[in-house]
Design a protein around this ligand. Structure first.
Ligand SMILES: [Zn+2]
Length: 310
């Protein structure tokens, strides 16, 4: 296994309140290419993250091989590799594989005490091997991997519980529910990011890195282009507001998860290719365009999350 570039905790300490570290979900070779190429041109670290569905889709060894290859091809990329939304089994496998710098144990659907117990077990195993652990408290709505949570089951993270949770589990970062959701349909009506929750947690846990899931921007023009090329996405779909994102970074959000925006680019590039050139049947043409556009997206996203490099 190739030695990875940076420990996740080092990345967090450097970034806290200065810039948000974008964490990109990858499922295939084109995405890994695009993310690493973008990362090699920005000069800030990125996190490459893998969900259990991504591991299952490509097979863990295959995906790890692609990422290792990208690490050698794009030598300037500074990155760490993270397991996104693991259960106990996924986390233990990933910790033992030696490939991951960090894992997320997601027991947020359990009650508070059970979440602490499960998280604790993973933290002990991970810290034994110098691996960083992200845990989650509170429940986000939307679709993550193959799990769908309705809006009625979503609940905000309670700041006092967050403090107790971090002290009792010793987890290194905490994913919080503060109004974002997974998937393309993040905010309905006037709902948005609840910055008060983040600020209260920051006041109680100064310097402690928080993680924002479901933080894609879902650009309107992207949605409109997809629909113009035959898609049927809800046009009222809205992602996170950019100013809110910068406030979130200043309020302790250090890792920002991006998956939906990458899927929107994939969908738009392929839909437009098929509709504009129905006589063609070449995967290389849209594949190349997707990698190039993804690279640009990764660059712009990372740069947009920098408040100051000092
Ligand atoms: Zn998530």
């Amino acid at each position: 296994v190739k030695k990875l570039k940076l420990k996740t905790t080092e990345i967090f300490n450097k970034a806290y309140t200065k810039y948000g570290i974008a964490a990109f979900n990858v499922f295939n070779a084109e995405q890994v290419h695009g993310v690493f190429k973008g990362a090699s041109e920005v000069g800030v670290p990125v996190i490459v993250q893998i969900t259990p569905v991504a591991r299952d889709y490509m097979s863990p060894n295959f995906l790890e091989g692609i990422i290792n290859a990208a690490g050698s091809v794009y030598e300037k990329a500074v990155y760490s590799v993270h397991l996104d939304h693991g259960n106990v089994e996924h986390c233990i496998n990933s910790i033992n594989s030696g490939f991951y710098n960090s894992v997320m144990i997601d027991a947020s659907h359990e009650d508070f005490e059970k979440n602490i117990e499960i998280t604790n077990e993973i933290v002990k195993r991970a810290h034994d091997k110098d691996i960083t652990v992200e845990a989650e408290l509170g429940v986000l709505s939307g679709v993550e991997d193959d799990i769908k949570i309705g809006a009625e089951k979503a609940r905000y993270t309670d700041p006092d519980q967050a403090v107790e949770f971090v002290k009792r589990t010793n987890c290194d970062s905490l994913a919080v529910a503060a109004g974002t959701s997974h998937g393309a349909y993040k905010f309905k009506g006037s709902a948005g990011l609840n910055l008060e929750i983040l600020k209260r947690i920051q006041a109680l846990l100064p310097g402690y890195p928080l993680v924002l899931h479901g933080a894609s921007g879902v650009p309107q023009d992207e949605v409109l282009r997809i629909n113009k090329a035959g898609g049927k996405l809800q046009e009222a779909a809205k992602g996170i507001n950019y100013d809110d994102l910068l406030c979130a970074i200043q309020s302790g959000v250090t890792k920002i998860n991006i998956a939906t925006d990458m899927r929107l680019i994939w969908t738009r590039v392929h839909r437009e290719f098929f509709i504009n050139t129905p006589e063609l049947f070449d995967p290389v043409i849209p594949g190349r365009k997707y990698m190039e556009e993804l690279k640009e997206f990764v660059k712009q996203k990372c740069q947009s999350l920098i408040i100051s490099k000092q």
